[in-house]
Design a protein around this ligand. Sequence first.
Ligand SMILES: NC(=[NH2+])NCCC[C@H](N)C(=O)O
Ligand SMILES: [Mn+2]
Ligand SMILES: [Mn+2]
Length: 342
Amino acid sequence: EFSSFLKQKMLHFGDRKVGVVGCPVHHGQAKPGTEHGPDALREGGLIKKLMGLGLDVHDYGDVGTPSHEDDHHFDLPVKNPKHVATASENIAADVYNVIKSGRTCLALGGDHSMAIGSIFGHSLAEPEHVVVWVDAHADINTPLTSSSGNMHGMPLSFLVKELQPYISKLPGFEFIKPCLSAKNIAYIGLRDVDPGERYIIEKLGIQSFSMSEVDRHGIKDVVEKAMHYLDPEGVKPIHLSFDIDALDPSLAPSTGTPVPGGLSIREGNYICEELAATGRLTCVDIAEVNPSLGNERDNLITVNSALSIITHCFGGRRQGTYPKNYQIPIPTHTNHVAPPPS
Ligand SMILES: NC(=[NH2+])NCCC[C@H](N)C(=O)O
Ligand SMILES: [Mn+2]
Ligand SMILES: [Mn+2]
């Protein structure tokens, strides 16, 4: 038993190609600053860290997020639907192109309304994909169940087929075709779920591993169960949508809707290592990093947590890694120090 434990699989760096897409959206919620998320992650050393993992990285820059006048809905409390729709359409196009070009997509938020576009774009390239949604929140409010009107609390409702009879027509959203079934989604980390969301989760039978399940079963069982449920054969492309507020606020203070009692960095990294090890992670969202909230130290902690989560999605492993053709260096005449004469 124990010896098999020690015989860990030695894995060198992946040969994977990564495409980074900045999604600087903030109109899905009320606190300005998430639009600076992509640049905060880049300035924190994101690209260098990914290249350090031996990956071929291309940064596609940020998608356009054009603004609209009169962006409110007269009968619904939904905020900025046109703005969110246009940004989503642009995000979907870029994510689709990145994945079609054979790269794994890393979509940098931006508030979590970004996932409308990234998941839809992913589905155009890989219709069979499944979604692991790591978040304190369920983000499956419909425009009518939402009490805030913030669209970062609604992204999944526009994508889930079974919910469409309950979804109001919103300006700009005509391009979206619901691309997920309830059985294609698994939540991890929930701890702030609205009544309407809980009802939807139960009615549609969406797999949800709240922090209670993480406490009860441990993160290993939770990830195993989630993956077995989503794809027992282990063949489908995976979309990881990681809201930084899934982590405990001590690890991600610079975010708009922190909720105490979150995942540890070990649990977060474990999820990512396991998903990466499948070799089927095709798109990762990192949402809700807001550098305008908190002080400089809070920002640093949040960005470093996000970078840790990202690197473990792209081949970083806590056991260590090495490049593909790694050899132990052999001393040569130029660097071999002769023993001193006796
Ligand atoms: N992506 C997030 N941080 N979402 C928070 C959503 C909070 C709340 N459930 C709402 O709908 O307004
Ligand atoms: Mn959240
Ligand atoms: Mn979220």
